[in-house]
Design a protein around this ligand. Structure first.
Ligand code: HEC
Ligand code: HEC
Length: 191
Protein backbone atom coordinates (compact mmCIF):
# COMPACT_ATOMS: atom_id res chain seq x y z
CA UNK A 1 0.00 0.00 0.00
CA UNK A 2 1.33 3.47 -0.77
CA UNK A 3 1.79 5.72 2.29
CA UNK A 4 -1.17 7.95 2.81
CA UNK A 5 -0.76 11.68 3.43
CA UNK A 6 -1.22 12.40 7.14
CA UNK A 7 -4.09 14.78 6.92
CA UNK A 8 -6.14 12.94 4.32
CA UNK A 9 -9.87 13.38 5.04
CA UNK A 10 -11.76 10.34 6.32
CA UNK A 11 -13.89 10.10 3.18
CA UNK A 12 -10.77 9.88 1.03
CA UNK A 13 -9.34 7.17 3.30
CA UNK A 14 -12.50 5.11 2.92
CA UNK A 15 -12.38 5.59 -0.83
CA UNK A 16 -8.75 4.48 -0.92
CA UNK A 17 -9.74 1.35 1.04
CA UNK A 18 -12.49 0.50 -1.41
CA UNK A 19 -10.04 0.75 -4.30
CA UNK A 20 -7.79 -2.01 -2.94
CA UNK A 21 -8.16 -4.82 -5.48
CA UNK A 22 -10.09 -7.93 -4.42
CA UNK A 23 -6.96 -10.09 -4.74
CA UNK A 24 -5.40 -8.15 -1.88
CA UNK A 25 -8.36 -8.91 0.39
CA UNK A 26 -8.03 -11.55 3.10
CA UNK A 27 -7.82 -15.16 1.98
CA UNK A 28 -11.15 -17.00 2.02
CA UNK A 29 -11.42 -18.72 5.43
CA UNK A 30 -11.58 -22.21 3.84
CA UNK A 31 -8.40 -21.75 1.77
CA UNK A 32 -6.17 -23.42 4.38
CA UNK A 33 -8.38 -26.52 4.33
CA UNK A 34 -8.16 -26.72 0.53
CA UNK A 35 -4.38 -26.36 0.65
CA UNK A 36 -4.05 -29.43 2.89
CA UNK A 37 -4.80 -31.49 -0.23
CA UNK A 38 -4.45 -29.15 -3.22
CA UNK A 39 -1.07 -27.97 -1.89
CA UNK A 40 0.34 -24.97 -0.02
CA UNK A 41 2.10 -23.87 -3.22
CA UNK A 42 -0.44 -25.38 -5.60
CA UNK A 43 1.30 -28.74 -5.99
CA UNK A 44 -1.27 -31.33 -4.90
CA UNK A 45 -0.27 -33.65 -2.05
CA UNK A 46 -1.29 -36.84 -3.90
CA UNK A 47 -1.36 -37.98 -7.53
CA UNK A 48 -5.15 -38.32 -7.67
CA UNK A 49 -5.73 -34.71 -6.57
CA UNK A 50 -6.02 -32.12 -9.36
CA UNK A 51 -4.20 -28.80 -9.59
CA UNK A 52 -6.61 -25.94 -8.82
CA UNK A 53 -4.10 -23.05 -8.71
CA UNK A 54 -4.48 -21.08 -11.94
CA UNK A 55 -7.42 -23.19 -13.12
CA UNK A 56 -10.15 -21.17 -14.89
CA UNK A 57 -12.48 -19.37 -12.51
CA UNK A 58 -15.82 -20.31 -14.07
CA UNK A 59 -14.79 -23.96 -14.18
CA UNK A 60 -13.70 -24.00 -10.51
CA UNK A 61 -17.03 -22.52 -9.48
CA UNK A 62 -19.06 -24.99 -11.55
CA UNK A 63 -17.20 -28.00 -10.14
CA UNK A 64 -17.73 -26.85 -6.53
CA UNK A 65 -21.42 -26.35 -7.29
CA UNK A 66 -21.64 -29.79 -8.96
CA UNK A 67 -19.91 -31.48 -6.02
CA UNK A 68 -22.38 -29.83 -3.64
CA UNK A 69 -25.39 -30.78 -5.77
CA UNK A 70 -24.05 -34.32 -6.16
CA UNK A 71 -24.00 -33.98 -9.97
CA UNK A 72 -20.29 -34.78 -9.72
CA UNK A 73 -19.75 -37.49 -7.14
CA UNK A 74 -16.68 -37.53 -4.89
CA UNK A 75 -16.75 -38.60 -1.26
CA UNK A 76 -14.09 -36.08 -0.29
CA UNK A 77 -15.16 -33.10 -2.36
CA UNK A 78 -18.83 -33.81 -1.71
CA UNK A 79 -18.18 -33.44 2.02
CA UNK A 80 -16.06 -30.30 1.49
CA UNK A 81 -18.57 -28.63 -0.83
CA UNK A 82 -21.50 -29.43 1.47
CA UNK A 83 -20.08 -26.84 3.88
CA UNK A 84 -19.88 -24.09 1.23
CA UNK A 85 -22.49 -21.52 0.22
CA UNK A 86 -22.65 -19.96 -3.22
CA UNK A 87 -20.67 -16.87 -2.11
CA UNK A 88 -17.95 -19.06 -0.58
CA UNK A 89 -17.65 -20.98 -3.86
CA UNK A 90 -17.40 -17.76 -5.85
CA UNK A 91 -14.72 -16.39 -3.52
CA UNK A 92 -12.73 -19.64 -3.58
CA UNK A 93 -12.95 -19.89 -7.39
CA UNK A 94 -11.69 -16.32 -7.80
CA UNK A 95 -8.95 -16.86 -5.20
CA UNK A 96 -7.50 -20.04 -6.71
CA UNK A 97 -7.92 -18.89 -10.33
CA UNK A 98 -5.74 -15.86 -9.55
CA UNK A 99 -2.83 -18.04 -8.36
CA UNK A 100 -0.06 -19.10 -10.75
CA UNK A 101 -0.31 -22.59 -12.25
CA UNK A 102 2.41 -24.69 -10.50
CA UNK A 103 5.09 -26.50 -12.48
CA UNK A 104 4.74 -30.22 -11.77
CA UNK A 105 7.70 -31.08 -14.02
CA UNK A 106 5.92 -33.96 -15.71
CA UNK A 107 7.81 -35.33 -18.70
CA UNK A 108 6.67 -34.69 -22.25
CA UNK A 109 5.06 -37.78 -23.76
CA UNK A 110 7.26 -39.82 -26.15
CA UNK A 111 6.57 -39.10 -29.81
CA UNK A 112 4.58 -42.29 -30.48
CA UNK A 113 2.27 -41.52 -27.53
CA UNK A 114 1.89 -37.89 -28.60
CA UNK A 115 0.82 -39.06 -32.07
CA UNK A 116 -2.03 -41.14 -30.60
CA UNK A 117 -3.20 -38.17 -28.50
CA UNK A 118 -2.95 -35.73 -31.40
CA UNK A 119 -4.97 -38.08 -33.59
CA UNK A 120 -7.71 -38.10 -30.93
CA UNK A 121 -7.65 -34.31 -30.87
CA UNK A 122 -7.86 -34.13 -34.65
CA UNK A 123 -10.86 -36.45 -34.83
CA UNK A 124 -12.71 -35.13 -31.75
CA UNK A 125 -11.77 -31.46 -31.91
CA UNK A 126 -10.73 -31.32 -28.25
CA UNK A 127 -8.93 -28.01 -28.77
CA UNK A 128 -12.08 -26.55 -30.33
CA UNK A 129 -13.25 -26.31 -26.72
CA UNK A 130 -10.07 -26.61 -24.63
CA UNK A 131 -8.37 -24.04 -26.87
CA UNK A 132 -4.84 -23.56 -28.11
CA UNK A 133 -2.15 -25.00 -25.82
CA UNK A 134 -4.95 -26.68 -23.85
CA UNK A 135 -5.45 -23.62 -21.64
CA UNK A 136 -9.27 -23.62 -21.71
CA UNK A 137 -11.20 -20.53 -20.71
CA UNK A 138 -14.07 -19.60 -18.44
CA UNK A 139 -16.05 -22.80 -17.73
CA UNK A 140 -13.81 -25.02 -19.91
CA UNK A 141 -10.88 -26.36 -17.89
CA UNK A 142 -7.20 -25.99 -18.56
CA UNK A 143 -5.73 -29.45 -19.19
CA UNK A 144 -2.06 -28.60 -19.92
CA UNK A 145 0.18 -29.74 -17.08
CA UNK A 146 -2.65 -31.23 -15.02
CA UNK A 147 -1.73 -34.21 -12.81
CA UNK A 148 -1.23 -37.33 -14.92
CA UNK A 149 -3.01 -39.84 -12.66
CA UNK A 150 -5.92 -37.47 -12.08
CA UNK A 151 -6.38 -36.87 -15.83
CA UNK A 152 -6.40 -40.56 -16.51
CA UNK A 153 -8.87 -41.31 -13.72
CA UNK A 154 -11.26 -38.49 -14.57
CA UNK A 155 -11.36 -39.35 -18.30
CA UNK A 156 -12.07 -42.98 -17.40
CA UNK A 157 -14.77 -41.74 -14.99
CA UNK A 158 -16.43 -39.71 -17.77
CA UNK A 159 -16.30 -42.69 -20.08
CA UNK A 160 -17.64 -45.18 -17.56
CA UNK A 161 -20.40 -42.85 -16.37
CA UNK A 162 -19.01 -42.29 -12.86
CA UNK A 163 -18.48 -38.59 -13.70
CA UNK A 164 -21.79 -37.59 -15.19
CA UNK A 165 -21.81 -33.80 -14.80
CA UNK A 166 -21.03 -33.17 -18.47
CA UNK A 167 -22.89 -35.45 -20.92
CA UNK A 168 -20.87 -34.14 -23.85
CA UNK A 169 -17.50 -35.16 -22.41
CA UNK A 170 -18.98 -38.51 -21.36
CA UNK A 171 -20.38 -39.24 -24.84
CA UNK A 172 -17.12 -38.23 -26.49
CA UNK A 173 -14.89 -40.37 -24.27
CA UNK A 174 -17.13 -43.44 -24.70
CA UNK A 175 -15.54 -43.85 -28.11
CA UNK A 176 -12.03 -44.16 -26.62
CA UNK A 177 -10.08 -47.23 -25.48
CA UNK A 178 -7.95 -47.46 -22.34
CA UNK A 179 -4.88 -47.03 -24.55
CA UNK A 180 -6.29 -43.77 -26.00
CA UNK A 181 -7.00 -42.44 -22.51
CA UNK A 182 -3.52 -43.42 -21.32
CA UNK A 183 -2.00 -41.59 -24.28
CA UNK A 184 -4.13 -38.47 -23.76
CA UNK A 185 -3.27 -38.36 -20.04
CA UNK A 186 0.47 -38.69 -20.68
CA UNK A 187 0.33 -36.11 -23.48
CA UNK A 188 -1.70 -33.50 -21.57
CA UNK A 189 0.27 -33.93 -18.32
CA UNK A 190 3.51 -33.27 -20.19
CA UNK A 191 2.29 -30.12 -21.97
C1 HEC B 1 -9.05 -34.22 1.73
C2 HEC B 1 -8.50 -33.72 0.47
C3 HEC B 1 -9.19 -32.53 -0.19
C4 HEC B 1 -9.57 -31.32 0.38
C5 HEC B 1 -9.48 -30.88 1.82
C6 HEC B 1 -10.09 -30.51 -0.72
N1 HEC B 1 -10.01 -31.20 -1.92
FE1 HEC B 1 -10.67 -30.56 -3.73
N2 HEC B 1 -10.30 -32.39 -4.54
C7 HEC B 1 -9.77 -33.47 -3.85
C8 HEC B 1 -9.81 -34.65 -4.71
C9 HEC B 1 -9.33 -36.05 -4.35
C10 HEC B 1 -10.39 -34.24 -5.93
C11 HEC B 1 -10.70 -35.12 -7.15
C12 HEC B 1 -12.12 -35.64 -6.99
C13 HEC B 1 -12.55 -36.60 -8.07
O1 HEC B 1 -12.49 -36.26 -9.26
O2 HEC B 1 -12.94 -37.71 -7.71
C14 HEC B 1 -10.66 -32.81 -5.80
C15 HEC B 1 -11.23 -32.02 -6.80
C16 HEC B 1 -11.45 -30.66 -6.69
C17 HEC B 1 -11.91 -29.82 -7.76
C18 HEC B 1 -12.17 -30.24 -9.20
C19 HEC B 1 -10.97 -29.84 -10.06
C20 HEC B 1 -11.03 -30.30 -11.48
O3 HEC B 1 -10.02 -30.15 -12.20
O4 HEC B 1 -12.08 -30.80 -11.91
C21 HEC B 1 -12.03 -28.55 -7.25
C22 HEC B 1 -12.48 -27.30 -7.98
C23 HEC B 1 -11.64 -28.61 -5.86
N3 HEC B 1 -11.29 -29.91 -5.54
C24 HEC B 1 -11.61 -27.50 -5.01
C25 HEC B 1 -11.38 -27.59 -3.64
C26 HEC B 1 -11.53 -26.48 -2.73
C27 HEC B 1 -11.90 -25.06 -3.14
C28 HEC B 1 -11.28 -26.96 -1.46
C29 HEC B 1 -11.38 -26.21 -0.14
C30 HEC B 1 -12.67 -25.59 0.14
C31 HEC B 1 -10.92 -28.37 -1.61
N4 HEC B 1 -11.00 -28.71 -2.94
C32 HEC B 1 -10.57 -29.21 -0.56
C33 HEC B 1 -9.29 -33.46 -2.56
C34 HEC B 1 -9.50 -32.45 -1.63
C1 HEC C 1 -17.69 -29.36 -26.88
C2 HEC C 1 -16.57 -28.90 -26.08
C3 HEC C 1 -15.55 -29.95 -25.63
C4 HEC C 1 -14.84 -30.85 -26.40
C5 HEC C 1 -14.93 -31.08 -27.90
C6 HEC C 1 -13.96 -31.54 -25.48
N1 HEC C 1 -14.13 -31.07 -24.20
FE1 HEC C 1 -13.21 -31.79 -22.53
N2 HEC C 1 -14.39 -30.62 -21.37
C7 HEC C 1 -15.28 -29.67 -21.84
C8 HEC C 1 -15.94 -29.03 -20.70
C9 HEC C 1 -16.96 -27.90 -20.77
C10 HEC C 1 -15.41 -29.65 -19.54
C11 HEC C 1 -15.83 -29.37 -18.09
C12 HEC C 1 -16.95 -30.30 -17.74
C13 HEC C 1 -17.46 -30.04 -16.35
O1 HEC C 1 -18.14 -29.04 -16.14
O2 HEC C 1 -17.16 -30.82 -15.46
C14 HEC C 1 -14.44 -30.64 -20.00
C15 HEC C 1 -13.68 -31.44 -19.15
C16 HEC C 1 -12.62 -32.22 -19.56
C17 HEC C 1 -11.69 -32.90 -18.67
C18 HEC C 1 -11.70 -32.86 -17.15
C19 HEC C 1 -10.72 -31.81 -16.66
C20 HEC C 1 -10.65 -31.74 -15.15
O3 HEC C 1 -9.92 -30.89 -14.64
O4 HEC C 1 -11.32 -32.53 -14.49
C21 HEC C 1 -10.79 -33.57 -19.47
C22 HEC C 1 -9.62 -34.40 -19.00
C23 HEC C 1 -11.16 -33.31 -20.85
N3 HEC C 1 -12.27 -32.49 -20.87
C24 HEC C 1 -10.49 -33.83 -21.95
C25 HEC C 1 -10.93 -33.69 -23.27
C26 HEC C 1 -10.34 -34.38 -24.40
C27 HEC C 1 -9.12 -35.27 -24.32
C28 HEC C 1 -11.08 -34.05 -25.50
C29 HEC C 1 -10.95 -34.57 -26.93
C30 HEC C 1 -10.85 -36.03 -27.05
C31 HEC C 1 -12.12 -33.12 -25.05
N4 HEC C 1 -11.99 -32.93 -23.69
C32 HEC C 1 -13.06 -32.53 -25.87
C33 HEC C 1 -15.54 -29.37 -23.16
C34 HEC C 1 -15.10 -30.11 -24.26
Amino acid sequence: MPRLPLRMPIAALLLAGSLVPAAAAADPPQAALCSACHGEQGVPTAANIPVIWGQNEGYLYLELRDFKLGNRRSEVMGAVAATLEKDDMRALAAYFAAKPWPALDQQAAPEAVARVAEAADTSAGCKGCHLANWQGDSTTPRLAGQQHDYLRATMAAFRDGARANNPWMAALLKTYTDADIDALAAYLAGR
